[in-house]
Write a protein that binds this ligand. Structure first.
Ligand code: F6R
Length: 607
């Protein structure tokens, strides 16, 4: 989704902005632009395409010391230079960048046109520049405050005015905005990755707040002009973590990091003495935990698949009724909040609009919602009633990989806590811990075997359609495998319960449609084998993910990738990693833009 950045300080603003925009590239975008105040006038450069396209139109030296920048992910209006941000008012003295969607832009636009504004773009965002201009009386901050009160929708904006050099004003409603406090320089950005190279001291701006920055100072107020006291927080991520460090792609780096990221997610959270987990951030007493009668998990995309695995696990080991639901659907079906139910909002970014709004809807109805998030300080953890940070480190590739296995780790610990409270004995608890602790080294073994997945990708990446089939706790992993393949390789892929193929999808099977079967050693193995045989009988190519030593599978499938033996409930970790690698290699074979697949955004901050 769109990324925004603003800078005030001694450095050439254009350089800081372009470098910041590069760091925001991972969010997904289709055009970019900057505006810098130079010798009393605003200069605007914007270009369809990538940051390099923008760079190609920038003069060698732009001396301005303050400016704003934007990466656009088109919502209103096609991808072209004109629709790219920044947008300016008629006088060309006000420039804005915007992340979000202005829902009432049509009526505002009509009114502003009647009053003489001339619009250049098809975007909803341009209306903000004209609106501020129509209200401007020499005080930018005041006119921004007046303007945003007339907006309906979501926004994170940064505004500058040529008549007030060295000043930027930011405002937020529903789209993230963070202030970076530097030494003699200040930053505004949609996320910390844009500014981490310059400062690690940040202040998260909340909905309804307005921030003004100059090189040496900042002030936060609400829309009624009342000062808001904000705490400076410290970002723990290191710059290296958001760099490729010699890997070809962020996705490759993030897949290969998983032994470490899973281990990190457990660190300090295992209590061997009582054979349980420890998740202090839940903010719940033992009494409150034991009173939980039901768990409901809301999320989108990959996080939803992790939630589905979690629901299966909670029911299986904690005997606690649990379901996972798409946040986008829950929000609009007037959900019933039941007593003694705990909700989890799962989100890598902590900013996904569907999940955030569903969480707010639940909270308004009195629900307790816990976050399971990666990005520290993002909106969901800040607004939730407690939760777990998964600590997988920055995930930059658009396709989510290590966050999935870290989300699982958090839920395996939570399930252990609940199971131990409800009925699980110490010995079983200890053996569950042992199995969980062995996951990182088993994932490392899979990674060591990755050449075999590259060979499979070479063999199968020419397919136009793919099926991913699993059962039980691995059914969501099949869905995840299909999602990964389609999003980065653009091969059409569907995930199903293996049991379901005979209810429809088997009609797709022919010599050119491969099926990837997940066949761990569990109670459903024989059933999966039956489905595999049904596919083989129709001459469908079969790839199987099976467990070391399972020779029977080799006799049925065309190709087998073996994963190390493990406890049956831990196979989601061991099945998903080969699927991530397989997708990655297919995308490479097909020459796709692995880290920034077409049309996708990392942090989906609009509905
Ligand atoms: C898939 C992917 C998306 C996200 C989804 C939710 O690889 O990245 O499906 O999982 O947009 O994002 P978060 O977890 O940030 O809420």
């Amino acid at each position: 989704m769109c990324g925004i950045i603003g800078y005030c300080g001694p450095k050439p603003a254009a350089n800081v902005l372009v470098e910041g925009l590069r760091r925001l590239e991972y969010r997904g975008y289709d055009s970019a632009g900057i505006s810098v105040l130079k010798e009393g006038n605003l200069t605007v450069f914007k270009k369809k395409g990538k940051i390099n396209d923008l760079k190609s139109i920038l003069p060698d030296h732009i001396n301005g010391k303050s400016g704003i920048g934007h990466t656009r992910w088109a919502t209103h209006g096609e991808v072209n230079d004109i629709n790219a941000h920044p947008h300016t008012d008629v006088s060309g003295r006000i420039a804005i960048v915007h992340n979000g969607i202005i829902e009432n832009f049509t009526s505002l636009r009509e009114k502003l046109v009647e009053e003489g504004s001339e619009f250049k773009s098809e975007t909803d965002s341009e209306v903000i520049a004209h609106l501020i201009s129509s209200l401007y009386d020499g005080d930018l901050e005041r006119s921004v405050k007046q303007a945003v009160q007339l907006l309906k929708g979501t926004y994170g904006i940064i505004v500058m005015h040529a008549d007030e050099p060295g000043l930027l004003v930011g405002a937020r409603n529903g789209s993230p905005l963070v202030l970076g406090v530097g030494d003699g320089e200040m930053f505004l950005a949609s996320d910390v990755t844009a500014i981490i190279a310059h400062t690690k001291q940040v202040i998260y701006i909340e909905d309804g707040e307005v921030v003004r920055i100059t090189a040496d100072d900042y002030a936060t107020t609400d829309l009624k002009d009342r000062p808001v006291d904000k705490k400076i927080e410290f970002i723990s991520w290191e710059l290296e973590e958001i760099e490729k460090e010699g890997y070809s792609h962020f996705m490759e780096k993030e897949i290969l990091e998983q032994p470490e990221s899973i281990r990190r997610g457990m660190q300090g959270r295992i209590d061997l003495e009582f054979a349980t987990g420890h998740l202090g951030g839940l903010n719940m007493t033992s009494q409150e935990l034991i009173n939980i009668e039901r768990v409901k998990i809301i999320a989108a995309g990959t996080s939803f698949h992790a939630g589905m695995v979690a629901a299966y696990l909670l029911e299986s080991i904690a005997r606690l009724p649990a379901t996972a639901e798409l946040a986008s659907e829950l929000r609009y079906r007037n959900p019933i909040v039941e007593r003694n139910t705990v909700y989890f909002a799962v989100s890598q970014s902590g900013e996904t609009a569907d999940t955030l709004y569903a969480m707010r809807e639940l909270q308004r109805k009195g629900a307790r919602v816990l976050g399971v998030c990666n990005v520290v300080g993002s909106t969901i953890p800040r607004e939730s009633d407690g939760g777990v940070y998964i600590h997988s480190g920055p995930e930059i590739a658009v396709a989510s990989t290590k966050a999935f296995t870290s989300q699982l780790t958090a839920f395996y610990l939570f399930s252990l806590i609940m199971a131990r409270m409800r009925h699980m004995g110490t010995d079983t608890g200890l053996s569950f811990i042992k199995n969980l602790e062995s996951v990182p080294e088993r994932v490392a073994e899979i990674i060591d075997r990755r050449d075999q997945l590259l060979a499979l990708a070479r063999k199968y990446s020419g397919a136009k359609d793919f099926l991913f089939l699993g059962r039980g706790i691995n059914y969501p992993v099949a869905l995840e495998g299909a999602l990964k393949l389609k999003e980065i390789s653009y091969i059409h892929a569907e995930g199903y319960s293996a049991a379901e193929i005979k209810h429809g999808p088997i009609a797709l099977i022919n010599e050119t449609t491969p099926s990837m079967f997940l066949v761990p050693e569990d109670s459903l193995r024989d059933k999966v084998i039956t489905s595999m045989k049904e596919v083989k009988a129709r001459r469908g190519p079969v790839i199987a993910l099976a467990v070391d030593g399972d020779q029977e599978i080799a006799g049925i499938a065309d190709d087998v990738f073996y994963v190390p033996q493990s406890h049956e409930l831990t196979y989601p970790f061991l099945m998903v990693v080969p699927l991530q690698l397989f997708s990655y290699y297919c995308a490479l074979e097909l020459g796709r833009n692995v880290d920034q697949p077409r049309n996708l955004a990392k942090s989906v901050t609009v509905e």
